[in-house]
Design a protein around this ligand. Structure first.
Ligand SMILES: [Zn+2]
Length: 242
């Protein structure tokens, strides 16, 4: 069965002498891994369309549940060259892509993650991406994937609390936290920054400059939470530029 959709290349890995496995985030089927025959040969019909972050109109062929359908067509819609050629912008994009690969199931038909990644790449094209913007996209992605931490109140009773428990993924009030160890104490500023990030649009984010301390505090919390839910250290963390 031939399927046509739009996809953004998340990553590629070599397969044999000249073939590639290309992992896309598609607009209709979520994450899809495809097999590309001989794209590394000169004059391949795929040209440069398999570069990471490239958005293309693609077609792939295989049974509906095939683990590795064959890529038959890939026509560039937008190459996002400017993002790929800026080290800073590229690493920012990779942080979010790594999250997508870890948090989203394959063949999820929700379009939200695709729209989110497209919006991030478009933002990165115009500016290399401040830390607030990346934090915003990470939080939005956690929401889409169903892993949004609960920060604005106790996750059990809704009461007031400022201690975030990594193992529970939520703030717990004093009464509900009895016996739970290991918490982060959050400042009022970090909690309110999180609440605002859930409400603001990306264009508003570009104009806001929160305090460095609140931004670092919330970024650290979100990174620890991601480490907890994915049970691994992000590979891009080693290259993070603040
Ligand atoms: Zn409580």
């Amino acid at each position: 069965m031939l399927q046509r959709t739009e996809g953004i290349v998340l990553r590629t890995s070599t397969f044999g002498e000249a073939d590639l496995i290309v992992t896309y985030l598609t607009s209709d089927h979520g994450i899809v891994k495809t097999f590309a025959k001989s794209p590394r040969k000169i004059k391949s019909r795929f040209g440069s369309s398999l570069e990471p972050l490239t958005c293309s109109r693609i077609a792939f062929w295989g049974k509906e549940d095939a683990a590795l359908p064959r890529l038959t067509q890939s026509d560039i819609i937008h190459s996002f060259d400017a993002v790929r050629s800026s080290l800073h912008g590229f690493l920012r994009a990779c942080e979010v892509i790594e999250l997508i690969l870890h948090l989203l199931p394959e063949r999820d038909t929700s379009r939200n993650a695709y729209r989110l990644l497209m919006a991030l790449l478009q933002s990165l094209e115009h500016e290399c991406g401040n830390q607030l913007l990346i934090l915003f996209y990470k939080i939005r992605l956690l929401k889409i994937a169903g892993y949004l931490p609960k920060i604005d109140g106790c996750g059990r009773c809704g009461g007031v609390g400022a201690a975030f428990y990594l193992s529970h993924g939520t703030v717990l009030c004093e009464r509900c936290s009895a016996g739970s160890g290991g918490s982060f104490l959050l400042s009022y500023g970090a909690i309110s920054l999180f609440t605002n990030l859930m409400e603001w649009t990306s264009s508003k984010i570009a104009r806001i400059r929160p305090s460095e301390r609140q931004l670092l505090e919330l970024s650290r919390l979100i990174d620890e939470h991601v480490r907890q839910v994915t049970d691994r250290n992000p590979r891009t963390a080693a290259f993070r530029i603040l």
